[in-house]
Design a protein. Structure first.
Length: 506
């Protein structure tokens, strides 16, 4: 990863630049050009602000820039061609075309333009098919005209990115997707879109013993984590989010009421005075106002009456709910249709006498309707945990941790706890983690983890060391969301560019 020699041959790399990742992706491209010999670039950008940035401030020259909002807008003039869609389904179906739409939280649930729990399709069935049709045509045209040697993704979690991923792979074009490894600002590049698997990526090389330095760092990380567990996403913890009714009622303070009114005014000004493009990501100010008021009224009542007392001695499994809708559910959990159903599955799979402790994701407090928690309370062996309770305490006291694809599952592995996962995640590689691929397997896997859990410390150390050897070390979150200086951004992404370059070499 430190080798900065040129690539074996000149290459063209296509970037999928999701929303505000555009400046970061452009900085990576500039390092690939200047230090690794990549000579040509093209890009598919998801939003107009990303396109505007690349047109005005890009550090590299792109032979083609395609904007998803321009592509989607063209559906209004597109004649629905069922024969074409059937051909598309036969050629690129996974195994049909619906997964391409279902992964897109804007088109299927109106998220991003409406506030959760609003959940309705963006358009009619026929219009959604037209959107899929024009997007697929645009992706195919981009690949056939530009003929990139590889595609680099910041994330695959939308109609356009999933089409680009699968069509590229069908055409034999390598795909490289950036993933957090959940180890202290270390990032992995995977050929898969739904998760990374070191065993798959490294093949026989996975069994080769890591270097002594990587093993030492892995043991130090484990010792430090166990002495003082720290969540990977600190901004999602109860300390960083509003999780109590009192916190949610702060909006009633006079100065906060004024701030809220100013925000509403700015939304109306933005929409009616500044936005000249009718893009699918545009938030209508009346929807913004309605959804915000509805949430504030919901928070006045609160949900504290649903929280259960937790007995000091009780056998229980811990189930952390997840933020939604997000790729952790839409992409990484193929058979989970709702978190309520996932909780029901977990609850009915427990041994007799056990409880299932269900804790809300701190970011979702105040967003879900009371009917959601009412449904949880109807499951006899479920206790609803106050979200202000720290997850590490629950993990340490539990007999089992059940997750969909949560970071809490990996944290439980680090604390030597048995884990059952319902979704795809990298730590499914570990032999002592049980991954449920079919609902009918769940009860059996729970019994195996409860009755014959076989934790392997050396396997975990080996796995962490392999991540350390194969990951780039950088504070990507800060660079992505907060860094505004182009030179600092370029310097910051250099380790990730080096890792991508090593993958481009094959």
């Amino acid at each position: 990863m430190e080798d900065r020699g040129p690539l074996v041959s000149a290459m063209k790399v296509c970037f999928y630049l999701q929303r505000n990742f555009a400046p970061v992706g452009d900085a990576i491209a500039s390092v690939l050009r200047d230090e690794y010999g990549v000579v040509d670039f093209c890009a598919y950008v998801s939003t107009r602000p990303a396109l505007d940035f690349l047109k005005k401030e890009a550090a590299v020259r792109y032979s083609s820039l395609m904007c998803d909002e321009d592509v989607v807008r063209s559906y209004k003039n597109e004649k629905l061609d069922i024969d074409y869609l059937r051909m598309l389904e036969k050629t690129y179906g996974i195994p049909n075309l619906w997964p391409y739409l279902m992964v897109d939280r804007t088109f299927m649930f109106s998220q991003g333009i409406r506030e959760y729990p609003f959940s309705e399709p963006f358009k009619s069935h026929e219009d959604l098919l037209r959107i899929l049709q024009v997007t697929a045509k645009s992706v195919i045209a981009l690949l056939e005209n530009e003929k990139p040697d590889a595609i680099v993704f910041s994330v695959v979690g939308a109609l356009s990115s999933l089409l680009l991923y699968h069509i590229a792979r069908a055409k034999g074009i390598p795909t490289h997707v950036i993933f957090p490894s959940l180890l202290e600002n270390r990032f992995i590049v995977s050929s898969r879109h739904d998760h990374f698997s070191l065993k798959e990526e490294l093949g026989a090389g996975f069994d080769v013993s890591p270097a002594a330095e990587a093993l030492r760092t892995a043991r130090e990380f484990l010792a430090s984590f166990r002495a003082s567990p720290q969540p990977y996403y600190k901004e999602f913890t109860p300390d960083a989010q509003q999780v109590s009714r009192a916190q949610h009622l702060r909006f009633l303070a006079p100065h906060r009421v004024g701030n809220s009114l100013n925000t509403v005014v700015r939304e109306f000004q933005r929409y009616y005075l500044k936005e000249k493009e009718d893009d699918y990501s545009s938030i209508h100010p009346w929807h913004f106002l309605f959804d915000r008021v509805r949430r504030k009224l919901r928070n006045v009542r609160g949900i504290a009456d649903f929280y259960d007392a937790l007995p000091s001695s009780e056998l229980f499994a811990f189930f952390p709910l997840q933020y939604e809708p997000e790729i952790s559910l839409l992409v990484q959990a193929p058979f989970i249709t709702s978190q309520i159903e996932a909780v029901r599955l977990a609850a009915r799979s427990l041994p007799v006498g056990w409880k299932l402790y269900v804790k809300e994701h701190p970011q979702m407090v105040g967003y879900r309707p009371r009917a959601f928690y009412r449904a949880l309370k109807k499951i006899p062996n479920v206790r609803v945990v106050d979200p202000s309770v720290k997850s590490f305490g629950l993990t340490a006291s539990s007999g089992l941790v059940i997750v969909i694809s949560s970071t809490a599952g990996f944290e439980a592995c680090l604390l030597k706890k048995p884990v059952v996962t319902l979704g795809n995640h990298f730590y499914n590689d570990l032999s002592f983690v049980k991954h449920c691929e079919r609902p009918s397997d769940m009860a059996r896997l729970v019994q195996e983890q409860v009755n014959s859990f076989a934790y392997d410390e050396e396997e975990l150390v080996h796995y962490i060391a392999k991540i350390i050897e194969g990951a780039a070390l950088l504070n990507l979150g800060h660079i992505w969301y907060y860094e505004r200086d182009a030179n600092a951004r370029r310097e910051g992404v250099r380790p990730l560019a080096a890792l991508i370059a090593s993958r481009l070499r094959g």
